[in-house]
Design a protein around this ligand. Sequence first.
Ligand SMILES: [Ca+2]
Ligand SMILES: [Ca+2]
Ligand SMILES: [Ca+2]
Length: 292
Amino acid sequence: MKTLLMVFFLAIPAFVFAEPLSNAGFLQGGIWYSKDPFFAGETVRVYAALFNSGSEDIAGAIEFLDNKNSIGSSDFFVERGGKFTQVWVDWSATEGEHLIEAVITKVSVIRVGGSPVAIELQQARAQESLRQVEKDTDKDGIGNNTDTDDDNDGTSDAQELSEGTDPLAASSPISEEENAVPSEQTDITDTIIALLPEAVEKPISEIHAAAQSLLAPVKEQVEQKQEQARQQLDTLNGNPEANSTEKTKASFYLASLSAAAFVLKTEIILYAFALFLAYLFLKALARRMFKR
Ligand SMILES: [Ca+2]
Ligand SMILES: [Ca+2]
Ligand SMILES: [Ca+2]
C-alpha cells in the first residue's frame, strides 16, 4: 500500500503543484501606442511591458491580438530582481472598433547553466485596449468625427452638406476655362470646337484655322459667282423668250451657290470640303450649260 501511494504521487506531474508566479507578468499600464491618437491607414507600434520581481530570469513570447486575430508575436527576456522590459508589434490600423490584447503564449524560467523550465504567470494577459479608430481625411490630427471641416477646404462639413458639395474632398477652384464666356466674335465652329475634349480640341483648332485661311479665297469666289448667277437668273427672268429649262438650271445653280456660301460663312468645315467639290462640279457643269 505504501509503495502504491508513492507510485501515485510520483506519477502526478510536478506542475500540478506549482502555483502560477505572481511576482512577474504584465505591468498594469496595459497596452499603449507609439502615436496617440492614431487614425485609419496609419501604422502604429503597439506596446506592452512585463515586469519580473522574482528571483529567477524569465523568457518567453507574447502574442498581440486585434479583435481576436493575431497581429504578431514578440519574444521577451526579463531579468530577475525588479526589472521590466517592453514588448511590441507594428500594426496597421483600419477604421472601426478594435479590441487590442497582449497575451503571454509561453514563458520559462531561465537558470544559469540549465535548460528553460516552463512556468505559468498570474499576469499572463495585459489589460486590453478598446479603440474606435476613425479616419482623418485631411490628416490634421483631428478625426473626422470631431473635425468640423474634414477636408480642410475652408468650408465646414455642415455647410458642404447643405450645399451638396463633398465634405470629404477639398473642392478644386473653378478653372478659368469653365468660367470663360465665349466672345462675340466666336463663330459656331469655334463654339463646337470648344465643347470638344482637350485632347482633340487643339488639333481641330489648328485644322480649323488652316481651313479658314484656305477657304477665305474660295468664300470670296463663291460669293462672286453667286452674285453673277443671281444677275444671270434676273436676265433670264426678264427675257420672255428664255427657255424654262434654262431658268430652272440657273435657279438650281444659284441655290447651290447660296448653300455653299452659307456653309463657308458658318464654316461647318466637315461639310465645307464636300461642298467645295460640289461647287467645282457645278462650276464645270455651269460652264458647259452657259457656253456660248
Ligand atoms: Ca481632420
Ligand atoms: Ca470642408
Ligand atoms: Ca469639400
